[in-house]
Structures are given as C-alpha cells and as structure tokens.
Design a protein around this ligand. Sequence first.
Ligand SMILES: [Zn+2]
Length: 316
Amino acid sequence: MAKRKAKKVTTTSDDIPLVGKAIDLAPDLQRILAPNASPMTGWGTNTYIIGDREVVIIDPGPDDTAHLAAILSALKGRHVSRILVTHSHIDHSGLASTLSGATSAPIAAFGDSRAGRSEVMSDLIARGLATGGEGVDHAFTPDQTLADGQIIDGSWGRVTAIHTPGHMANHMCFHWNEIIFTGDHVMGWASSVISPPDGDLTQFMLSCKKLAVIPCAGFLPAHGAPIETPAERLEWLLAHRYARESQILSRLEEGAATISELTDSLYCDLSPGLRAVAQRNVFAHAIDLTVRGEIVPKPDLRFDAKYQLFKAQDVE
Ligand SMILES: [Zn+2]
C-alpha cells in the first residue's frame, strides 16, 4: 500500500478559524471547527478528516446539527471507513452515533467511559467520589475497541492508536504519518484538565513520557492551533506539573493541610467559578503524591482528608 507522507502542517497564526468550514491543513488532511467555543473548550472542538477516496474521521465533536452538516458537506461523498474518538467527553464523542448512522462507519475507541481506569481511581469511585462535571458521555459505546499500539491501515495510510490515559482513562492519541492527533492530552491553548476520578495525574505524566519518545513533526490537538514544536510542548507540560507539585510539597513543609487549604495557598485571586476546578487539580496532585509515597492522607485517601509529608508523620 502506497504510503503518502504528509507535508508539514501549515498554519500561519493562531487566528480562530471559521466555524464549520473545512480547512486543508496538508494533503489528505482537513480540519473542521465545531460551534462550541467556551472557557473549557477554547475555540471549540477540531474534527479532523484524513484520507482521499476513503477517509477516517477523528473526533466527531459535539452533538450539533450544524456541525454534522459541515462534516457531511466536507466529505463530498467520500466513503468513511472509521470514526475514531480520542475519549468520551461529550465535546468529542457527542456526535459519534449520529455521524455513524449517517455514514454507516463504525465508531472505534479504547472503550466506554469506564475503560482504562487505574486501581486507585476505581477504588475512589467505589468509595463514592463522583465525577467533577467535565461532560463525561456515559452512554458512549464504541463499535470497535482499540488496543494500545493497534494499527488501522487503509488507503489513507497507517494510523496507530496510542493509549494515553490521564485527562481521561480511555484517552487515545492517533499517530498518522508524521503527525500525532493528541485529543485533549496535549492541547493547543491550555494545559489539560486532570480531574479525578476520570482524570489521573500519575497516568497523565506517564502518557506524556510515552509520547515524548515517538518521533513526530507536530501535534494536532482537539482544541486550538497545531503544535509545531511537540517536544518543547511536552517538556512544558511536565515542567508545569512539577512546578505545581513542588509548591504543594513546600506548603506541606509548613504543616498538614486539606485540599481546600492547599488550593487557597496555591492560587491567588481565584474567581468562585474556577475554585472547584482548581481544587480538583490540587486533589489530582495529592492522589499522585500519595500513590508515589511522598505524602500521607489522614484518615485515608479522600477529597476531605488532611495531607502531610511522608517524612513528617510519626513512625510508630
Ligand atoms: Zn476532554
């Protein structure tokens, strides 16, 4: 099968693209922006189409009639072989089943919204920790489940699925030619939200390191502009998390603290609307540090526990 090499992804600015218009980013590669801009989604969800006669769609986007019409119009009658979904947040998977009905293409993803959860998150859920309201698509059921490293060959070339849990446990990135479609794992406009129990910081850091060793020319995120310096972007993401971690550890040097107290000392001038998101983020770090044995929650691992440095506890 002839393998075409995608030329460098062309983008000249971060100007917000027109909603609903199919943009050619490279040969056999189009992007369509969905009409769902918001503080959580940046300029909205990017839907990608790869291939020529026969195509693969990555992230159908939100359940929106205008976006469905835009995708069908961009297809110009081309056959859709598969609908790939990076993860089951509704701004990515919401349109999947309708698009599948309209194109007869199967939906492929790592699994449903519970798939890929780590032991610590499964345990927190079993003990009653609820999802933080990030728009989990609980009804999402792919027709085909993809394993880490699974290859999908066709006239579009070769797509390799990479399991990248962290933002969500069932998150996958898709490697095609010299590009990696990074979903919400690496975004073009902000760092990813990691909100337990669906978000797992320990997994997120491992997934960043997993992507870092795959040679590629650029990332195409589900939100925001193409990332042309992928290695630097991953380094920045890791550094950003390590910086937050050391802030938490320094605060705990002064004494034990709850998630709420840690949030107050780490974030200045938080608007009330962002406080819950910030607390979830701090909790993600607290779980990660607990799993790694750096800190100890009392009485046990939970949102309202008191956390202290491991070395500070009395060893009996
Ligand atoms: Zn997401």
